[in-house]
Design a protein around this ligand. Structure first.
Ligand code: AMP
Ligand code: MG
Length: 396
């Protein structure tokens, strides 16, 4: 059996890196950056007011209430070009430039206007309600670097520095192939010996965050048919995920099919629960994963192995799941020989701890419990975990 860490090492080694392309900014969420993003100007580019109110000299209002002459107006997009003199205030709006000579802004609620004069009711502190030029970012500073996953939260920053488009890795083309003579399409009513295909849609959703996905029709458990289907599938994708048929049953044809079409199989048994029969192979320039058909095994092996491959292909700097630690609310029995990564629900308790609620699993096929999982807990082989113990977790 291949240890998990070695399996991940092999994936990293065998993955080929996809080329870069420029993508319009609004569509870059979920893509991996391949260029250095630099500030092309100070941010803010001028001393900016954070309030609607009056720009003043802090010294002038030290003994407020005090009346000042309204010398002009600074609106957003139309600043006041003069220099504030002692005894004067400038009406100012949120987002407008603070005029020269002013060093604080009093908000309009703490002022009273009376024929050309403004009474400032409370003193201000220096810099109050002002964001100084360059306080958020200085021109030419590096903002984001190659390998970063672009989140939607980063888009406003990229826009602010003039990036109409961004250089990112091409998204991998992923095809998904469910196998199993018992599997029927979601829209069909399963017959006596049949079940609906829950894996293809789930895999399409998981992979769709990081790749362009094609879902293929279900393949029967038939070696020749499977070989033909796989041969055709790998012509038009970078990565093929095959669900099912990787165990040692009489009708498990995924491995024979991969071998007979000339794929190199790098590992086929991983010391992981669930997910022992996970297969990783490559044929020409397509990576192929064969994942055990149980929906929960599919989910865990996708998050541990396939997700990493998709991120490595796109040159991501961080390709593993986000790690953490949390406290167990229930004991967990370890598995002999294999490390376990079990889906769990992560919660917070009143003491501010992150806690691990184990899901009531009646086996690796219990995807109804899995529906509420938002993390995986790591259970080392042969080492039972006690209630109250702090365990290693991964966020999903
Ligand atoms: P296999 O890996 O083909 O031995 O399948 C293991 C278990 O997962 C069996 O109970 C299958 O019926 C089930 N299974 C396989 N593929 C799917 C699928 N696409 N959707 C739902 N269950 C599946
Ligand atoms: Mg099967």
């Amino acid at each position: 059996m291949t240890p998990i860490s070695e399996a991940l090492e092999i994936i990293r080694r065998e993955v080929f890196r996809l080329e870069s392309e420029r993508v319009v900014l609004a569509e870059t969420g979920g893509r991996i950056l391949t260029e250095e993003i630099r500030a092309d100007m100070d941010l803010p580019p001028f001393d900016r007011s954070q309030m609607d109110g009056f720009a003043v000299k802090t010294d002038d209002v030290r003994n407020a209430p005090v009346s000042l002459r309204i010398a002009g107006e600074s609106a957003a997009g139309r600043g006041w070009s003069g220099t504030l003199q002692s005894g004067e205030a400038v009406r100012i709006m949120t987002g407008a430039p603070v005029p020269a000579g002013a060093d604080s802004v009093q908000k309009v609620e703490l002022t009273e206007e009376e024929n050309g004069f403004i009474k400032i009711l409370k003193p201000t502190a220096t810099d109050q309600n002002i964001v100084r030029k360059g306080a958020e970012m200085k021109a030419d500073q590096s903002v984001f670097g190659p390998g970063e996953l672009i989140t939607d939260n980063m888009i406003a920053t990229l826009a602010s520095f003039g990036y109409q488009s961004v250089s990112v890795s091409r998204r991998p083309k992923v095809s998904i192939l469910a196998t199993g003579s018992e599997i029927v399409e979601i829209g069909d009513t399963p017959g006596a010996d049949q079940i609906r295909n829950s894996n293809s849609a789930m895999l399409a959703a998981f992979a769709g965050r990081l790749a362009d996905v094609t879902v293929l029709p279900i393949a029967r458990d038939d070696l020749e048919n499977l070989k033909k289907t796989v041969r055709e599938a790998i012509r038009s994708c970078d990565l093929l995920v095959i669900s099912g048929g990787v165990s040692v049953g009489d009708y498990d044809f995924t491995k024979p099919a991969l071998r007979e079409i000339g794929a190199d199989v790098f590992f086929e048994r991983v010391s992981l629960k669930p997910g022992k029969p996970t297969v990783f192979a490559r044929r020409a320039d397509t990576l192929i994963f064969g994942l055990p058909g149980n929906p929960v095994s599919i989910a865990v092996t996708f998050f541990v192995f396939v997700r990493m491959a998709l991120l490595e292909m796109q040159n991501a700097a961080i390709t593993g799941l986000k790690k953490g630690f949390a406290r167990l609310t229930h004991p967990i029995k370890a598995t002999r020989e294999r490390d376990a990564l079990l889906p769990v629900s992560l919660e917070t308790d009143e003491a501010g701890h992150l806690t691990i609620e184990t899901l009531r699993f009646s086996g690796s096929s219990n995807f109804i419990a899995f529906a509420r999982a938002n993390g995986l807990v790591f259970v080392p082989r042969n080492k039972d975990l006690e209630k109250g113990e702090v365990a290693k977790i991964y966020f999903l």
